[in-house]
Design a protein around this ligand. Structure first.
Ligand SMILES: Cc1cc2nc3c(=O)[nH]c(=O)nc-3n(C[C@H](O)[C@H](O)[C@H](O)COP(=O)(O)OP(=O)(O)OC[C@H]3O[C@@H](n4cnc5c(N)ncnc54)[C@H](O)[C@@H]3O)c2cc1C
Length: 398
């Protein structure tokens, strides 16, 4: 890509959550004149990427995530080495459910297919291994593996932004993008318009606006993407007196996911001493600009799960800390990573719908988005799972 000056860039990235910030880092590192625009303050708490912990795990029901997670492990290590501080904390990972649960069976199948070293544990083995900290019913199985861990999200986003800046990217917050148009003065490229009345020219543009993706894409080309903004909640629960220290990260306590009637997930104690994160996947559909900040879904079921699964060592009466966050969810919970198409051809790339499981793969997603910008394709990745065209209901944009 060529040179640039003033308000002209090789690539303009809209949205500075983890996906946009990782993309800006990869773009700047690749020598592209890069602009990252964010509507709110950097590291704000109104999107999907803030907070203190996200699970990284390799156990997926869909085979196509395995290579992406494995590469991300490597890229997280590389980025934190460049930054000089740590965002990834290692842990084991547990998946648990009734023996015949289809999600659990798919996880086991995935472990076998990809030779992920794992152990299947019965209820008595779990009780013994964890001295009663985990208690599962007799008809449940645990899949245990060593490839778990926790990423610190706000710190990781700050890391990517810092690395992007160090590599020459221009970063602007409090700059809402209100439209993208074809550049009428040039053969290719786009003009990005902001609410402050500014214009930026880019040879390419990447849209990573999380739960706002429908709003922006609809304005830009009138198409409704089936990506739904959902409000979800993180909760932290007090470990009872006498059991402190047993659930800490760095020991043998794992990150975990529990399938069945409800999908519960959690991480060892890291951010708040004495409080363990246990939450439910999912929430209520919302308008990202008119959040209700509640109500919490399935609280009684979650309390029951905590009481039963932690052998009474965690106080299940009320969470001590609650945080509201946004998911942007596709119907199949697979990501959208694709060209916007239509009049924009391959000049505008959309990365969205990262749901409740995208954070761990942010390094590789940023890399893929930059490959799409530079080469028009991503090497070694089967992009068919992420195409906009897979949604039958969506009008073709290509
Ligand atoms: C509670 C919760 C728990 C999760 N747990 C895990 C987990 O354990 N493991 C895991 O891997 N993943 C997890 N995830 C998923 C992961 O956090 C998300 O997939 C990821 O953060 C999505 O990032 P994003 O950059 O797409 O969106 P966001 O972080 O929301 O970033 C989008 C940004 O675009 C900005 N923007 C929007 N519109 C405009 C505009 N017009 N102009 C300029 N800027 C704009 C927004 O302000 C925002 O900053 C979890 C998510 C949540 C909410």
């Amino acid at each position: 890509m060529g040179s640039s000056s003033g308000n002209n860039f090789d690539v303009i990235i809209i949205g500075a959550g983890v996906m946009g910030s990782s993309t800006a880092y990869h773009a700047a590192k690749a020598g592209l004149k890069t602009l990252l625009l964010e509507q709110f303050d950097f590291l704000h708490h109104r999107g999907s990427s803030h907070g203190e912990s996200r699970t990284i795990r390799v156990t997926y029901t869909q085979h196509h995530y395995y290579p992406l997670v494995m590469e991300s492990y490597k890229l997280w290590q590389q980025a934190q080495a460049q930054a000089g501080f740590k965002v990834y904390y290692k842990a084991h990972h547990f998946d648990m459910a009734p023996h015949n649960d289809p999600t659990l069976l798919a996880v086991i199948d995935n472990c076998r297919k990809h030779n992920i070293k794992h152990q299947l544990l019965r209820h008595d083995q779990v009780a013994e291994k964890f001295s009663g900290r985990f208690s599962i019913p007799e008809n449940w199985t645990v899949v245990s593996n060593e490839l778990g861990g926790v990423i610190k999200p706000s710190k990781a986003v700050a890391m990517f932004q810092t690395l992007a800046f160090k590599n020459g990217a221009v970063l602007r917050d409090n700059t809402e993008v209100i439209d993208i148009k074809r550049d009428s003065e040039k053969e290719n490229g786009v003009v990005v318009f902001t609410a402050r009345g500014e214009k930026f020219r880019g040879k390419k543009c990447v849209v990573t606006v999380g739960a706002w993706v429908n709003k922006l894409v609809k304005t830009v080309n009138g198409v409704d993407l089936p990506i739904v903004p959902v409000e979800t909640h993180l909760m932290y629960w007090r470990v009872k007196e006498g059991h402190e220290g047993k659930f800490n990260i760095g020991g043998d306590f794992p990150t975990f996911a529990s399938f069945g009637d409800i999908y519960v997930y959690g991480t060892p104690i890291l951010e708040y001493p004495g409080l363990i994160k246990v939450a439910i996947h999912g929430g209520n559909r919302c308008d990202p600009d008119k959040r209700k900040w509640g109500p919490f879904v399935k609280m009684n079921e979650l309390k029951e799960w905590i009481e039963e699964r932690f052998g009474g060592m965690v106080d299940s009466s009320e969470p001590v800390v609650k945080q509201s966050c946004l998911y942007s969810m596709t119907p199949d919970e697979d990501f959208v990573i694709d060209f916007l198409g239509g009049e924009f051809g391959k000049d505008v790339v959309v990365g969205g719908g990262f749901s409740g499981h995208g954070f761990k793969m942010a390094p590789v997603i940023g890399k893929i988005l930059v490959q799409l910008v530079v080469y028009g394709e991503a090497s070694g990745v089967d992009m068919n799972h992420f195409r906009i065209g897979r949604f039958n209901k969506t009008k073709s944009m290509l």
